[in-house]
Design a binder for this molecule. Structure first.
Ligand code: AMP
Ligand code: ZN
Length: 429
């Protein structure tokens, strides 16, 4: 039932002892990186776990400022892998791993997979992006360690996905939730009958973007399987940070590897247990690039009480939103500011713009409405078409997805209390 019984069911006392030891080691190690050295991390004394509150927070912006190697605390020859957060262009946030880091990450992922019932002999199709994004390789290594035949299809090419699932008798898939719904629709339209055509299929791991219970149920009911929520982020390795167990009452967050805090994003103080706040994580096992008090911007709450599965690590609730304006569109992280930068650099573009998000079928659809200077609407219509196409192309290069663009007259887009209404998120999740 457990991949690592001792660690997964460790008593809270022993867990806290382990965390304190690892926190001390982590702070000492991190202090060797140029970034944390400049913050004077060496001078902080850690004697109890609550001393964490004295340490500085780390943000995405700090990671950008430390680019390229500023947060690395080991000689570069010890690094074997680089990953990056999805959707970031401009100065990316990058994370480096040593062999030891890859091993501990892989073990955490294997722990998650085992917890939901994946075993040696399972056939695992990974429909999540490989490359800089952590979802592909992260799950891949964990599944191989477990002894699964692992098929790295990555996302897209839905007909082939379904064909592989049928022909190779796939039993487990990893997929972003919106794509899981699309997979179900495509299967239905192709006349795939899951019971008949995919008889071994039993588990889906839904990760990388928020989704509702309704979405999970749709996926489960169509395929006749069980689906589990997987949470992670590149800064904390990627997948394997928090995962649902078979009870599906919140996600266990692996506290031997991450020190967990939940804060009020405005006052930065800890919220009471059970209250929603921003998740803040400190790596406890990372060698190459430890990160102290990382502000994930993800909103959640720590759940109280013991889990029926016997694991002692705390659970967090389904992520309920963000404390910043980051949008996750088709699984890609996008900040409205990226759109603004593309638009505002263009001649003829006015001051106001709006991003509309809709669901079309099960896909996210993005429309960018932008006001143009009034003189743009007189004269040559071809010029307008050209501008529109240039905006679409430049947005695609910046945010990695292709939006629809509507050119609007000055004053036609809404403002509220003098402020532009930048994002209208009308998606169903
Ligand atoms: P990345 O670093 O590109 O993997 O993106 C990480 C972000 O994706 C997180 O900070 C969350 O905002 C979001 N995310 C990942 N997994 C989930 C999940 N299971 N539920 C909700 N949001 C998620
Ligand atoms: Zn549990």
């Amino acid at each position: 039932m457990y991949w690592d019984r001792k660690t997964e069911t460790i008593s809270r006392d022993k867990l806290e002892e382990l965390q304190l030891r690892r926190l001390k080691e982590t702070v000492a190690k991190a202090a060797d990186s140029p970034y944390y050295n400049a913050l004077g991390l060496k001078d902080y004394r850690i004697t109890t776990l609550s001393d964490i509150e004295k340490l500085p927070f780390t943000t995405k912006q700090d990671l950008r400022e430390a680019y390229p190697y500023g947060m690395v605390c080991v000689p570069k020859q010890k690094l074997v892998r680089l990953h990056s957060s999805s959707g970031t262009t401009g100065t990316p946030t990058v994370v480096f791993h040593t062999i030891g880091d890859i091993d501990t990450w892989t073990d955490l992922v294997a722990r998650c997979l085992y917890m939901i019932g994946v075993r040696k002999g399972d056939i695992f199709q990974n429909m999540i992006g490989y490359g800089l994004f952590t979802g592909g390789l992260g799950l891949h290594y964990g599944a191989e360690l477990l002894g699964c035949l692992t098929i790295p299809t990555g996302p897209g090419n839905t007909k082939r996905q379904l064909r592989f699932m049928r022909d190779f008798e796939v039993s487990v898939v990893h997929v972003i939730p919106s794509y899981a719904l699309h997979l179900a629709d495509t299967a239905e339209s192709l006349g795939v009958v899951p019971k008949r055509d995919l008889p071994r299929f039993r588990i889906a791991i839904l990760g990388a973007e928020p989704h509702s219970e309704k979405t999970r149920k749709k996926v489960e009911n169509f395929f006749g399987i069980r689906a589990f929520n997987s949470y992670g982020l590149a800064e904390m390795n990627g997948p394997g940070v928090a995962f649902e167990c078979q009870e599906k009452q919140g996600m266990h967050i692996w506290e031997d590897a991450y020190l967990v805090e939940v804060i009020n994003p405005h006052t930065l103080a800890h919220v009471k247990p059970g209250e929603i706040g921003e998740l803040v994580l400190t790596t406890l096992t990372r060698e190459g690039m430890p990160i102290i008090r990382y502000r994930t911007r993800d909103l959640t709450a720590l759940m109280s009480g013991e889990c029926a599965c016997g694991r002692t690590h705390h659970r967090i609730k389904r992520i309920s939103g963000r404390s910043d304006d980051m949008l996750i569109i088709k699984g890609v992280n996008i900040f409205p500011m990226q759109v603004e930068q593309v638009l505002m650099g263009k001649e003829g573009v006015g001051r106001n713009y709006q991003i509309i998000l809709e669901s079309r079928g099960h896909n996210d659809h993005m429309i960018v409405r932008v006001e143009l200077d009034s003189n743009m609407f007189v004269g040559d219509l071809n010029k307008l078409e050209e501008l529109k196409n240039r905006i679409i192309r430049d947005l695609r290069d910046e945010i990695l997805i292709t939006p629809e663009v509507e050119l609007c007259e000055v004053g036609s887009l809404p403002i509220s209390g003098g402020k532009a209404v930048r994002v209208v998120d009308a998606r169903e999740i």
